[in-house]
Design a protein around this ligand. Structure first.
Ligand SMILES: *[C@@H]1O[C@H](CO)[C@@H](O)[C@H](O)[C@H]1NC(C)=O
Ligand SMILES: *[C@@H]1O[C@H](CO)[C@@H](O)[C@H](O)[C@H]1NC(C)=O
Ligand SMILES: *[C@@H]1O[C@H](CO)[C@@H](O)[C@H](O)[C@H]1NC(C)=O
Ligand SMILES: *[C@@H]1O[C@H](CO)[C@@H](O)[C@H](O)[C@H]1NC(C)=O
Ligand SMILES: *[C@@H]1O[C@H](CO)[C@@H](O)[C@H](O)[C@H]1NC(C)=O
Ligand SMILES: *[C@@H]1O[C@H](CO)[C@@H](O)[C@H](O)[C@H]1NC(C)=O
Ligand SMILES: *[C@@H]1O[C@H](CO)[C@@H](O)[C@H](O)[C@H]1NC(C)=O
Ligand SMILES: *[C@@H]1O[C@H](CO)[C@@H](O)[C@H](O)[C@H]1NC(C)=O
Length: 285
């Protein structure tokens, strides 16, 4: 409230606020419209959906949520999950953008999915099946090239993703299932990765989801220096640049569980590398 009063007092301030807003805007990744059943506009369902999405948006600014919120009102089931390294402020902006965009991108649809860098939001007129690992959207960062031979990189990537999955799965029910890590590929390139699953999903469901996501990489994104696989309950991402909001999560500190792996290449001891996987046990903010 204070911020919005501040932003409306003068044109200069409005411009400053716009600028601030633009730099902190959520980054859209992908969406999926189910296209199975549609509602007519100006119906009771449309107004229920609008009310429902507004309640998701207002709940998204509550820092107590631990990054995840699921609710069901009347026939509508929906949820959002924010990336483990973003705070409630960033999340709120992301969920607001997602809620506004989803009805524009999937007009009249009774079930839709939208993913941003910082959050994901989905709703359905039916209760989601708890084992849903579809739809899945692979995004290949084709511009990103690897500076080493393919076999070496693929081996490294597979080790990183499997380690991150393992760390994310260690959280108990209700805790954030989020792991980030970094490993050097060459002296000039570092591979950054993350894996996240919904806090209220069982390890079994998350493992199935991660398995599906990781197995997509060789087909969608073979040899690429960056990729994401976005699913309804989990996602994975890797890049050759740091993409976390809070890169200090990659630095060991108290409150984190630190695992150091030695990835052993049989070819030569010189290619041994250290992988540091960090996982937070507590909520970020
Ligand atoms: C749903 O419809 C939109 C618009 O026609 C289309 O672009 C999209 O591919 C469809 N989605 C599915 C899952 O078929
Ligand atoms: C939503 O689902 C309910 C229960 O399955 C059904 O009665 C209703 O017609 C559906 N609404 C729309 C708009 O599809
Ligand atoms: C979808 O909504 C638009 C207006 O938003 C309306 O013109 C159209 O008839 C609706 N389509 C269906 C299939 O209900
Ligand atoms: C959160 O969502 C629920 C619906 O599940 C709604 O009743 C409640 O008012 C929302 N809370 C806030 C702070 O918006
Ligand atoms: C939340 O994160 C953003 C982006 O890192 C930062 O600009 C902002 O100050 C943070 N807000 C709070 C309340 O920590
Ligand atoms: C809405 O979605 C489109 C993708 O069709 C994206 O380019 C745009 O940035 C999104 N806008 C917001 C405000 O999230
Ligand atoms: C990935 O690319 C490498 C090198 O181009 C090739 O040898 C390998 O067969 C490809 N793997 C898959 C699963 O397409
Ligand atoms: C970044 O993460 C570290 C470690 O998790 C935490 O102590 C710190 O408060 C976070 N910083 C911000 C700006 O969110």
């Amino acid at each position: 409230m204070l911020a919005s009063n501040f932003c409306t007092t003068s044109l200069i301030l409005q411009l400053l606020c716009l600028l601030f807003h633009a730099t902190s805007a959520a980054i859209y990744s992908a969406h999926f419209c189910t296209n199975q059943t549609f509602y007519a506009s100006d119906t009771k369902f449309q107004s229920k959906l609008n009310t429902f999405l507004s309640s998701l948006v207002s709940n998204s600014s509550l820092p107590s949520l631990n990054g995840f919120f699921r609710t069901s009102v009347d026939d509508i089931d929906g949820r959002f999950l924010y990336r483990g390294d973003v705070n409630a402020t960033v999340c709120h902006g992301c969920v607001a953008a997602a809620a506004a965009n989803i009805t524009r991108l999937c007009p009249n649809d009774t079930e839709s999915y939208i993913w941003y860098d910082e959050c994901m939001l989905i709703y359905s007129n039916n209760t989601f099946d708890n084992d849903d690992i579809v739809p899945g959207i692979p995004l290949n960062d084709e511009g990103s090239t690897v500076n080493t031979n393919h076999d070496h990189f693929n081996q490294l990537l597979s080790n990183v993703l499997n380690s991150l999955e393992g760390k994310a799965l260690e959280s108990s029910m209700g805790e954030k299932k989020f792991a980030v890590g970094a490993v050097s590929v060459t002296s000039a390139q570092t591979l950054y990765g993350m894996a996240q699953c919904e806090p209220d999903s069982t390890s079994g469901r998350c493992a199935a989801c991660f398995g599906s996501a990781i197995s997509t990489i060789p087909t969608c994104c073979n040899g690429s220096g960056g990729a994401r696989v976005l699913l309804p309950i989990c996602s994975i991402r890797y890049q050759l640049y740091p993409f976390l909001y809070n890169s200090t999560m990659l630095i060991p500190s108290s409150g984190m569980h630190i695992i150091m792996y030695i990835i052993d290449y049989e070819s030569s001891p010189l290619t041994q590398v250290f992988l540091i996987v960090l996982k937070r046990f507590n909520s970020v903010h």
